[in-house]
Design a protein around this ligand. Sequence first.
Ligand code: S3P
Length: 164
Amino acid sequence: MVIALCGFMGCGKTTFGKLLADKMALEFCDTDEFIEKKQNKSIPYIFENFGESFFRELEYNALKELAQKDNLILSLGGGAIISDRNKKVLKRYCVVYINCPFEVCYQRIKNSDRPIVTQKSKEQLNKLYSSRLAHYEKVANITICDGDLDKMAEQVIAKAKELL
Ligand code: S3P
């Protein structure tokens, strides 16, 4: 079983993913951490020195490599579901979208060192959020709302059993 979590930065993919992996006794992996370990460089460093398009290449390669694995809960970067080639790779996964209001995401990310956040104003981030919603909704097999983590996990486990 391979479950991928998608949603905007700050929606809680990593926190929720770790809890879900625990409950389902599956391995947890975060695509950004995977890239950082492989490159031995931080995501901000990669963006700053090699640019976003290079990061997107690394992200695509990471998804392809991770798609070979089974029994995995994968937390995707917030922009990972936008490109068609990534969407193709994600067809192998049961994709869960964590729907979370922009303001909640923004409060969680506003002081972070995420390159997309440091480069954009709140208004620009809000536009980016709106432009991505349709992608998240389209790619997802399961949509849950940000809230009580245990309840979110119960919903995913029940629905994943039906689907997989
Ligand atoms: C990005 C989200 C980040 C990370 C990178 C780009 C995005 O991941 O992949 O900074 O384009 O939304 P998180 O969603 O885990 O913060």
